[in-house]
Write a protein that binds this ligand. Structure first.
Ligand SMILES: NC(=O)c1ccc[n+]([C@@H]2O[C@H](COP(=O)([O-])OP(=O)(O)OC[C@H]3O[C@@H](n4cnc5c(N)ncnc54)[C@H](OP(=O)(O)O)[C@@H]3O)[C@@H](O)[C@H]2O)c1
Length: 379
């Protein structure tokens, strides 16, 4: 961010020099036109967690999953590396992946490892453990393993895949009913002592699990689904996070692209690499009915000059400064659009109006099919 400001000042300085030395007065006036604000100048830093568990990250992180998993888009590796590098150039310092992302174990981590290699020491990288794979390295649905030996094994594999000496934030990806939260936390605490992990996180866990784990190893962040169409964490999870000083990382902040308005009943999903057609809110009927929500966001955005994605992201960023969404994209244009959400101001009254409008629109379909919802720990 500093580099960019300096670059801008340098360019400004050179421009002024050129104007005074060579450019006639009329053109010099033209050069005083307001410049578009550099994205790097609006990317702010937030703190996830507190005390020794605190971690400084950019207000918007980068979700890497969709680069190779479950979002249909499959640009070539060179393009994906450009998107990641561009995110870093714009100041983004927080990248999210998991062992389970990809067609096989570790595939997304290896892609991310290659992409971040030139700047891996200047960023925070988050990854996750807790699933089981078959002999072909494919995920076995609905099976979990957060036993200490597996957490340690995943840690070693992730370090290698990512090409880093320590994992900045290591999350349990899904609660494992066979392993108490204290034992999971204790294992990660040991990995922190050994210097292999820097911070501890958990995904989709409820208040009692958060309290039990946090006693054993202070949590830096809880990561759960959260967006304008799924606000459940507000009820029981947010109060505990606030009380204990733990950060919150909303995943799928655009509801898997839907709130960005580019997914509708005609969207052709790649069924071999996209979980959205399996979700009740992504049937053609649900997409058609729920599109009223996107239209409400577009209507709200008209008077601000904001897109529906920007509204969706700024809405949660404005909820609390310990919230750090991680939208995913394979496109530089979407990356920049999402980061520019940080450049807008919306008043509390306006947000309340938007929430009132949205509350009057029924949401069709559950967020997950029953078997996946059952994997969520709400205790
Ligand atoms: N802990 C968990 O269990 C869990 C579960 C799911 C996800 N995650 C994490 O959360 C991250 C984000 O989640 P997600 O990918 O499910 O959902 P998301 O960020 O809500 O949406 C990503 C989708 O939105 C599209 N998109 C992005 N910006 C857009 C814009 N400005 N306008 C229109 N479309 C836009 C992307 O397509 P384009 O490529 O075309 O931009 C992509 O298909 C993942 O990468 C992963 O790291 C964690």
């Amino acid at each position: 961010m500093k580099t960019s400001t300096n670059r801008r000042h340098l360019l400004g300085g050179l421009g002024a020099l050129a104007a005074s030395a060579f450019i006639p007065a009329a053109q010099a006036v033209v050069s005083k036109k307001p410049q578009a604000i550099d994205i790097a100048d609006i990317v702010q830093i937030r703190t996830l967690g507190s005390g020794q568990a605190a971690m400084q990250v950019t207000a918007l992180g980068f979700g890497c999953m969709g680069m190779s998993h479950d979002r249909s888009e499959t640009p070539d590796k060179a393009m994906l590396k450009r998107v990641v590098a561009h995110a870093h150039d714009l100041g983004v310092n927080f990248f999210d992946t998991a062992q389970v992302y990809g067609r096989t174990r570790g595939q997304n981590e290896r892609l991310v490892g290659e992409a971040i290699a030139p700047f891996k020491n200047n960023i925070q990288i988050a990854t996750k453990f807790g699933f089981i794979f078959d002999e072909n390295d494919k995920k076995i649905e609905g099976r979990f393993n957060s036993r200490p030996e597996n957490i340690r094994r995943v840690c070693e594999e992730s370090l290698k895949n990512l090409g880093v000496e320590a994992i900045d934030l290591f999350y349990q990806h899904r609660f494992d009913p066979a392993v108490p939260a204290e034992d999971v936390a204790g294992t990660v605490a040991d990995l922190i002592k050994e210097g292999k992990v820097k911070h501890f996180g958990m995904c989709e866990v409820g208040p009692n699990t958060i309290r039990a784990a946090h006693k054993e190893c202070p949590l830096t962040a809880v990561q759960s689904e959260y967006h304008l169409m799924w606000r459940e964490p507000e009820e029981k999870v947010f109060p505990v996070l606030q009380e204990l000083g733990i950060g919150f990382v909303p995943y799928s902040p655009l509801n898997r692209g839907f709130l960005g308005g580019t997914v509708n009943e005609y969207t052709q999903f790649d069924k071999t690499n996209d979980n959205r057609p399996t979700l009740p809110r992504f049937t053609p009927q649900a997409l058609r009915a729920n599109y009223r929500i996107v239209e409400a966001l577009n209507h709200f955005g008209r008077t601000h000059g904001m897109t529906s994605s920007q509204i969706a992201l700024l809405w949660m960023l404005d909820k609390a400064d310990w919230i750090v969404p991680i939208p995913g994209t394979t496109k530089i244009s979407h990356l920049e659009e999402n980061l520019r959400s940080l450049d807008f101001k919306v008043s509390r009254t306006e947000w309340a109006e938007l929430e009132k409008t949205l509350a009057a629109i029924p949401i069709i379909g559950e967020r997950y099919p029953a078997e996946q919802q059952n994997q969520i720990n709400s205790n």
